[in-house]
Design a binder for this molecule. Structure first.
Ligand SMILES: Cc1cc2nc3c(=O)[nH]c(=O)nc-3n(C[C@H](O)[C@H](O)[C@H](O)COP(=O)(O)OP(=O)(O)OC[C@H]3O[C@@H](n4cnc5c(N)ncnc54)[C@H](O)[C@@H]3O)c2cc1C
Ligand SMILES: NC(=O)c1ccc[n+]([C@@H]2O[C@H](COP(=O)([O-])OP(=O)(O)OC[C@H]3O[C@@H](n4cnc5c(N)ncnc54)[C@H](O)[C@@H]3O)[C@@H](O)[C@H]2O)c1
Length: 476
């Protein structure tokens, strides 16, 4: 067996691991990047990029289907094979770019094979190499959770790991779950002509915590999607042509239906199995997870750091990249680790309406010292112009000083409005300061201005806003 001595061993060549490696190298350390699967990252292979490619195709189909609103008569003919072929072509090109970048890393800084702990900072990799490190970064990502009864027929169901490899769109699709992946992929499939039915044992639709925004979003999704909530899935039986699902409805009736494909999107779990974390000496909870400090990425005071999806903090790409950098940095400087500032939380679901959450979520607002302003997109000028006038944006501020705290929204252009707000929250802008920023006309951002004005009024801070800001524009 080979033996390697390095400063920092990094397990996982995904986004978090690649950023950790870069941080170690930048500070002059000797990193070793260990990958047990294929290079290319979850984001490019089976995550962000292929999902957005599917959604892009669905948006094209949806634009044709909705063209009559504008007096444009058109009929879409969806070529499922061409949809999947473009998705796979573009995805493969994104993956190839990441693989090329990873393979440019000097060969003596890379190792292929599954890693497992044999001691606090010793690993065995692929049964062929022993690694002795000063510190270890675990960046092993997460994997789809397949609950019963689907676990028993796992090879017959799709997850986000496999759906993007379909050669053609299925005729029908059952989607298990109503979270972000379920909504993004299920809605896209439906808009591409697939008959889609969503099932969940719970009553939630999407990640929103603001009850008003959640109500508006739920209404929009319920109008378009077939959501069977509070259903108990009894069994899933493979048959010729698909899977026969049998479930019990909320009122106790038993139903069954065959679907060509089933997509299980019931959440993801950290990739810890096979790592033998117990051998590292870390204290683990009943799910096998160590406690991780989000500001240092460190587990207790051990020379072990967790970054990205496996850390279970905020499983998003930009957070994984930041955590990787923090983990790599601190692993090299261990035991002198430093707390590092995190960015304002920002998450976006690319559904229609888009869902976005910024800063503090509604359920995290400090009791008795926050105020809420809102705007409905129903009458918002630009939203009406483009025929996408549905949704609600609610923005939160500290009532003592007017500092922006966060927002939740479901509506058109939420991905852009949320970015503006995230920058403002991170800058600790007050509501009056945000209202002194320029707003063009006619744009969706005028909706945000309306919510900020509403908030300023409730804070009794309108007097602090520049007079020019109060100028009206039609449909703003
Ligand atoms: C369908 C879908 C859509 C998404 N869309 C978005 C989006 O639009 N925007 C966004 O911000 N985020 C999105 N995400 C989330 C984002 O993809 C993840 O947060 C991010 O890719 C996680 O990166 P990571 O580095 O933690 O993990 P990964 O990229 O999964 O890297 C982990 C690596 O560790 C390796 N590994 C695991 N165990 C071992 C071991 N024992 N030894 C050696 N190697 C090991 C794995 O093979 C893998 O290569 C999406 C996710 C999914 C599934
Ligand atoms: N646009 C984006 O940024 C984007 C897109 C996709 C995924 N992601 C990331 O990936 C993460 C995982 O997404 P996800 O959709 O898998 O998780 P999620 O937490 O958003 O949703 C999980 C869903 O599964 C349901 N569920 C749980 N147990 C179930 C069971 N036994 N049977 C049926 N349903 C069950 C939950 O009620 C929920 O609706 C997200 O939290 C997000 O961070 C981000």
């Amino acid at each position: 067996m080979d033996t390697r001595n390095v400063d920092v061993a990094i397990i996982g060549a995904g986004t978090a691991g690649l950023n950790a490696r870069r941080a170690v190298e930048k500070q002059g350390g000797r990193p070793l990047l260990i990958e047990g699967g294929a290079y290319g990252t979850t984001c490019a292979r089976v995550g962000c990029m292929p999902s957005k490619l599917l959604i892009a195709a669905a948006e094209a189909a949806h634009a044709v289907a909705g063209a009559a609103l504008f007096g444009v008569q058109a009929t879409a003919r969806i070529d499922g094979r061409a949809v999947m072929a473009r998705l796979q072509r573009e995805r493969d090109s994104f993956v190839a770019g990441v693989v090329k970048g990873t393979e440019r890393i000097p060969a003596d800084q890379r190792l292929l094979g599954q890693a497992r702990f044999t001691g606090p900072t010793t690993l065995e990799v692929g049964g062929h190499t022993r690694v002795q490190a000063r510190a270890v970064v675990v960046a092993t990502g997460s994997a789809p959770f397949v609950p019963p009864p689907f676990a028993a027929v796992r090879e017959h169901v799709l997850t986000s790991d496999t759906i993007f490899d379909l050669p053609d769109l299925p005729e029908s699709l059952a989607v298990i779950g109503t979270g972000i992946i379920a909504l993004e992929l299920g809605q896209a499939m439906q808009r591409l002509g697939v008959r889609v039915v969503f099932f969940s044992p719970f009553d939630d639709v999407g990640p929103l915590t603001d009850p008003e925004v959640a109500r508006v979003a739920r209404h929009a999704f319920t109008q378009e999607l077939d959501l069977r909530l509070k259903t108990e899935m009894l069994d899933a039986t493979p048959e010729a042509g698909g899977l026969l699902l049998r479930w019990r409805t909320a009122d106790g009736a038993e139903r069954q239906e065959q679907f060509c494909q089933v997509l299980v999107a019931a959440g993801r779990r950290p990739n810890l199995q096979g790592l033998d974390l117990a051998a590292s000496g870390l204290a683990l909870d009943d799910k096998g997870m160590p406690a991780v400090d989000a500001a240092t990425a460190q587990c207790g005071d051990a020379p072990i750091f967790l970054a990205g999806d496996v850390a279970g903090h905020i499983p998003l790409l930009h957070e994984g990249a930041d955590e990787g950098r923090i983990a790599g940095d601190n692993a090299l400087r261990w035991p002198d680790v430093q707390r590092q500032a995190r960015r304002t939380p920002l998450s976006i679901a690319f559904t229609d309406p888009q869902i976005a959450m910024v800063g503090l979520h509604h359920d995290q607002l400090p009791a008795d010292c926050s105020t809420i302003g809102e705007v409905s997109f129903e009458k918002q000028g630009r939203a009406r112009v483009i025929g996408r006038n549905r949704g609600l944006l609610r923005v939160y501020a500290d009532r003592r000083d007017g500092v922006l705290l966060g927002a939740e929204m479901a509506g058109p252009g939420a991905e852009h409005l949320a970015h503006l707000l995230a920058w403002a929250v991170q800058q600790r802008m007050t509501v009056p300061q945000a209202l002194t920023m320029p707003f063009y006309h006619p744009v969706l951002e005028e909706g945000l201005r309306e919510a900020l004005r509403d908030l300023a009024g409730r804070l009794r801070m309108l007097g602090a806003c520049r007079v020019q800001d109060l100028a009206e524009s039609p449909g703003s």
